[in-house]
Design a protein around this ligand. Sequence first.
Ligand code: SAM
Ligand code: SF4
Length: 374
Amino acid sequence: MPNNSLNQKSLGAQAGTASAVSALQENLPAHPLPPLQDRHGRTFDYVRIAVIEQCNLRCTYCMPEEGVQFKEKDMVLRTDEILRVVEILARMGVRKVRYTGGEPTVRSDIVDIVERTVKVPGVKAVHMTTNGLLFPKYAKALRDAGLFGVNISLDTLKADKFETITRRSGVDKVLESIDLAVELGFPRVKVNVVLMRGFNEDELLDFCELTKDKPITVRFIEFMPFDAHQIWENGQHFASAADLCGQIERHYKPQGLAPSQGTRTEHHMYQVPGYAGKFGVIPAFTRSLCGNCSRIRVTADGSIMNCLYSEAPYYLRDLLRRGGTDDDIVALFRKAFDDKYKDGFEAKKAASVAAKINVSDISRSRASMTQIGG
Ligand code: SAM
Ligand code: SF4
C-alpha cells in the first residue's frame, strides 16, 4: 500500500526544491515571507537606510554650522547589521535599497556595503543619495560593485551661492560628479534640488536646462521643516510644488512640454521634446503622495521609521544587539507598519500629541535630516 503521506512529503520536497531552484535562478530569497503591509493596504518594497550621520557639508536647511550631536560610532548600525536587516526585508518583498545619510561616501566601507547588498537574494536595485563631493573617489568602484542609481544633491549652479547654502566650497566637484555618473553609465542619475524662496528659486529654469543635453532627471524637492530652527522660521522660504509646477509649465508650454512617467513619489514629471533628460517636482511637504508610499526608513542609529513625519521609535539596533531572532525582527517591522498612519499629516499630529507640543513645532524639534536620510 502506497504511503500517501510519504508521497505527499516527497512531492512537497520536490516542489520545494523546484521553487528553491527557480528562486536561485531569479536571485529571489529561498525562504520568502509574506510582504510587509500596513493596515491601509499599502505594501512596502523600498527601504532607505542612513549609514552614517556625519557629513562633509553643512547645508543650512539640514544642519547647523557646528553639526549636530552625532551618535557615538558604536550607536550606528554596523555593516553586518545593515546586511542582516536588508536580507530579512528582502524576504518580506523589499526589492529596492537606497543608502543615504549623513553623507554615505564618508563611511569608509560604503563600497563593501553596496557590493554585498547587490548580492542579497531578492534585491533588484541598490541606489545611493550623495552630495557628490567624494563621489568621484568611489564612483568606478561603486559602479563595478553594481550600484544602479545615484541621486546627487545640488541646490545651486553658482559657486558663491553654493558656499552660502552648504557653508563649504565645491560646486565644480558636484557638477563633475554628475557628468562622471552619466559617463560611467549608471542606469539612473538624478539631481535633487531643494527649492527655497529667496535662496535658489531663481535657478529653477537653469536646472531644467541641464536636462537638455544630459540624460538625467532633475527633481525639485519641497523644503521641509526638519532643520531645528535654522532657516525654516515661519515658512517664508517655502516654495510649493503647485507653484513650481506653475512656473515650469508657463515657461515650457510653448516648447510642447509633456508630462512624463516618474517613480511613485515623482508626481509631477515633465520632458521637453528633444531634451535628453526630464525634470519634476516632489511634494515632500504638501504630501499629496502619501497614498502611494512604499518606503521603509531605517535611521543611522538603527530605528525603524514608518513615516518621515512620525516620531514613534522602533528600536531595531537594540533588538539586533540583544540577540533578536529573524522572527523578532520581522515582528518589529510588522508592528511599525501596522501602526503607520494614513498620511504624514496624521503622523505629525500623533507625534505632537505624544510629545505634548504644538503640531507646528513637531518637525522643528528634530535636529536634522542627517539622522533620517531624507
Ligand atoms: N548627504 C546626502 C545628500 O545630501 O544627498 C544624503 C543625505 S541628505 C539628508 C538626503 C536628501 O535630503 C538631500 O537631497 C537633501 O537635499 C534633502 N534634505 C535635507 N534636508 C532637507 C529639508 N529640510 N527639506 C527638504 N529636503 C531636505
Ligand atoms: Fe550633508 Fe546631505 Fe545634510 Fe547637506 S543635506 S548637510 S549634504 S546630509
